[in-house]
Design a binder for this molecule. Structure first.
Ligand code: CA
Length: 390
C-alpha cells in the first residue's frame, strides 16, 4: 500500500506491516452486509469548489450560508454561497501547525453563539506533536479571523504521530466534544483505549462557557470516579476521525477507524455518557487478536464492514436536508481507500446498506453539513462536492 497519501496512516498501515491479514475469528458480530439494498436511489456528486489544498473538514457557523473548509496545512478557507472560493484564508496558522500525515489542522467548530462572540475552536497538531485545541475570534471583517487572537483551551501529548482523532464539534447541548485517538502506533501498545486515566482513545465533553479555559460538566460520566479524567464522555475508541450528531434526534454517530480487519459505526443517544466502545478488547464486533474476550461492559457497533470492502472509514452525517426527498435519516459514510460513498438505513436493530453510486472521485477525507442540512464531501484532490439527486 502506498504511504504517500497524507491520511493513509490512519487506516493502520502499521497493522499491515506488523500483523498482516491475521485471521481474527469472530466472537459475535455478523458478516458485513452487502451494499445496494432495496429501492436504489440515484445520487450524484456536484462539484462545489476545487483547488483546495488537502481539505479535511467542512462546516458553517450557525445560520450562515458560507462554507468553511479546513486545509490540513493550517488554513481555513471560505466558499461563498455562490460557490466562490475566497483567495484570502479566513484563518492562517500554518506557522504553528505541524503537517501532514495524520497531523495538521484537522477541524474547526464554531461556537453556538458565534454570531455575537465570534469564537471558534480549532483542533491541530503543534510542533511538539501535541493535539491542541485553541480558540480564535473573527475580526471586524466577517471573512477574516484575527490570527493573533489565539487562546489555548486544551493540549494533549501524543506518544506517536498517528491516530490523533482531531474533530471538534459542538453538541446539541452546547458542549464542545473533542475526538482523540488511542495515541497511535499499531494495536494500541500503551493500552490507552481502555484507560480512563488518559484523555487518549476517547471523546471528550467540555463546557467552554462555564470556566476558564473550560469547566467539566457536572453530568459527565466519570467526574466522580477516582483516577478517571472527568473530561471523558465515551472511550474505547481507536481513532474516531469523524463523528456527528443527528440534528433531528441528537443521536451521536461515531465512525471508528479499524486496525487490520473491521471498520465500524457506533450510535448512542445524546444523553448516553460513559459508553465503552471496546477498543482494543475488540475491533468492530470481534475480539481483537482472536479468541475470546469479556464483552460484558462493552457497546458493540451498529454496523461494520471488513477489509475486503475497504480499509478506512470516513464517518459522515445523517442526512436531514430537503434537496433529496426520501433520504432523510440515512447515515452517510465513505471508505478512504475504495473511494465509495454509502449510506445506512437504520430501522430499530436492522441496518440496510445503500450504495450511493458516487465514487471514484479520489479518497474522501471528510464529510460536511451546511446549515440547511445538505451534505458535502471533500476529496484528497482538493475538491468539495455536494450530494444531490441524480
Ligand atoms: Ca468499537
Amino acid at each position: 500500500m502506498e504511504t504517500r497519501t497524507p491520511l493513509v496512516e490512519r487506516i493502520g498501515i502499521y497493522a499491515f506491516v506488523g500483523l498482516g491479514f491475521v485471521a481474527l475469528t469472530g466472537c459475535g458480530g455478523g458478516d458485513p452486509v452487502a451494499p445496494g439494498g432495496s429501492e436504489p436511489m440515484d445520487l450524484a456528486a456536484e462539484l462545489v469548489a476545487q483547488g483546495l489544498q488537502d481539505p479535511v473538514h467542512l462546516t458553517s457557523p450557525p445560520s450562515d450560508d458560507r462554507l468553511f473548509v479546513v486545509e490540513q496545512l493550517g488554513r481555513i478557507r471560505i466558499i461563498e454561497s455562490d460557490g466562490t472560493l475566497l483567495a484570502t484564508p479566513f484563518l492562517d496558522i500554518t506557522n504553528r501547525v505541524r503537517c501532514c500525515g495524520e497531523q495538521g489542522l484537522l477541524s474547526v467548530a464554531f461556537h453556538p453563539m458565534y454570531d455575537s462572540n465570534g469564537w471558534f475552536y480549532v483542533n491541530y497538531t503543534d510542533f511538539a506533536g501535541a493535539t491542541t485545541v485553541e480558540r480564535f475570534r473573527v475580526s471586524a471583517n466577517p471573512d477574516v479571523a484575527d490570527d493573533n487572537s489565539g487562546k489555548l483551551i486544551l493540549s494533549v501529548d501524543q506518544p506517536f504521530s498517528n491516530h490523533n482523532g482531531g474533530l471538534n464539534v459542538f453538541g446539541p447541548d452546547g458542549m464542545l466534544y473533542i475526538g482523540l485517538g488511542d495515541g497511535g502506533a499499531a494495536a494500541d501498545p500503551l493500552g490507552n483505549g481502555q484507560n480512563l486515566d488518559t484523555l487518549l482513545g476517547s471523546i471528550l465533553r467540555i463546557d467552554v462557557d462555564g470556566g476558564d479555559p473550560y469547566r467539566i460538566p457536572a453530568d459527565n460520566p466519570f467526574i466522580t470516579v477516582p483516577g478517571a479524567r472527568g473530561e471523558i464522555w465515551a472511550y474505547g475508541l481507536r481513532n474516531p476521525w469523524r463523528f456527528s450528531f443527528d440534528r433531528q434526534t441528537g443521536q451521536l454517530f461515531i465512525a471508528d477507524v479499524g486496525q487490520a480487519q473491521w471498520e465500524e459505526v457506533n450510535r448512542a443517544s445524546a444523553s448516553e455518557g460513559g459508553i465503552n466502545y471496546g477498543w482494543r478488547v475488540m475491533e468492530g464486533a470481534h475480539c481483537f487478536g482472536g479468541g475470546g474476550c469479556d464483552q460484558s461492559e462493552l457497546t458493540l457497533p451498529i454496523f461494520e464492514y471488513n477489509h475486503q470492502e475497504g480499509c478506512s472509514i470516513t464517518g459522515g452525517h445523517v442526512y436531514r436536508g430537503s434537496a433529496i426527498p426520501g433520504l432523510s435519516g440515512r447515515y452517510f459514510y465513505a471508505d478512504y481507500c475504495q473511494q465509495w460513498v454509502r449510506s445506512l438505513e437504520i430501522q430499530g436493530s436492522s441496518v440496510e446498506v445503500h450504495d450511493s453510486g458516487v465514487g471514484g472521485l479520489g479518497p474522501v477525507t471528510s464529510f460536511g453539513e451546511d446549515t440547511a442540512g445538505e451534505l458535502y464531501f471533500l476529496t484528497e484532490g482538493g475538491r468539495v462536492y455536494r450530494l444531490i439527486g441524480a
